[in-house]
Write a protein that binds this ligand. Structure first.
Ligand code: GLP
Length: 260
């Protein structure tokens, strides 16, 4: 696990974007795993800028998203499909048909989830998975208590996540209680993982994920078992890491080697 600690989320996002860009340059047909939430927005802004400057092309890139609210149509302004279109896909040269988000209106959740996993496998698996982190340490919608071997499935959201995400809805009662989500086991199969964490309300989750025990109570901690996981944090999100200074030096060296 490499941990890059930056002063600001903009700087951290620029560095994370450099890793994504290096992959897409090396493999124009890369398979990206993408995330929603407020955290990846500056990363997506960087990728849009790189695409507009013709430094990278998404023409042949394929993408699969982590999760989707159960019961929201793709046209709903809080659906994750809508989020991806408006925050990334509509602004880069990716083919919309190559972008995949779980269907929150699927009649049969289990069938939808199984087909999603099958499609990722058929594409050769995810080369690089972008992740945010919930304030309780969840990745995608793998809430505390999710098996670390879990696969894509219908999940129920904790009251904390509903509360956290209510800021995007008119009122808390509008936040869906269920979602379709890739599992921890599915995420662990990505060849590389890039997790972004910004702000003081993520500091405990980051400390739990990096320095706590591997536990289904903090599903991001499973990434300790991943052979190629990168955390990009701002100073506030990294504040509770005991070995922050050591990680910073080591992480910068690793990133420089990667981008050389
Ligand atoms: C939701 C998403 C996660 C995301 C988390 C944090 O729960 N399913 O993928 O990491 O929100 O969101 P934010 O980045 O807005 O803090």
């Amino acid at each position: 696990m490499e941990i890059i600690v930056c002063k600001t989320k903009e700087e951290a996002s620029r560095k994370a974007a450099a890793l994504v860009a290096a992959l897409v340059k090396k493999n124009p047909k890369a398979v990206l795993g993408l995330a929603t939430g407020s955290t990846p927005i500056p990363l997506y802004k960087e990728l849009i800028a790189l695409n507009k400057a013709k430094k990278i092309s998404f023409k042949q890139v394929r993408s699969w998203n982590l999760d989707e609210y159960w019961g929201l149509p793709p046209t709903h302004d809080q659906s994750y499909r809508y989020f991806m279109d408006t925050n990334l896909f509509d602004h880069v040269d990716i083919a919309k048909k190559s972008t995949h988000v779980l269907n929150g209106l699927a009649k049969d959740a289990a069938k939808e989830c199984a087909a999603y996993e099958k499609a990722i496998k058929a594409a050769g698996g995810i080369d690089l998975q972008v992740l945010g982190i919930g304030s309780d340490g969840h990745i995608a919608f793998n809430e505390p208590g999710s098996s670390l071997a879990s696969r894509t499935r219908l999940v129920s959201l904790t009251p904390q996540t509903v509360k956290d995400n209510s800021r995007f809805f008119k009122k808390a009662a509008d936040v869906p209680r269920y979602a379709l989500s890739m599992g921890v086991g599915s995420i662990m199969e990505a060849k590389r993982v890039v997790l972004l964490a910004f702000g003081a309300n993520k500091a405990a989750a980051v400390a739990g994920a990096v320095e706590g025990g591997v536990s289904q109570f903090c599903t991001a901690s499973a990434l300790q078992m991943h052979p190629d996981a990168w955390f990009f944090c701002d100073a506030a999100a990294a504040a509770k890491l005991k070995l922050r200074k050591y990680y910073t030096v080591r992480g910068e060296e690793a990133l420089a080697r990667e981008l050389a």
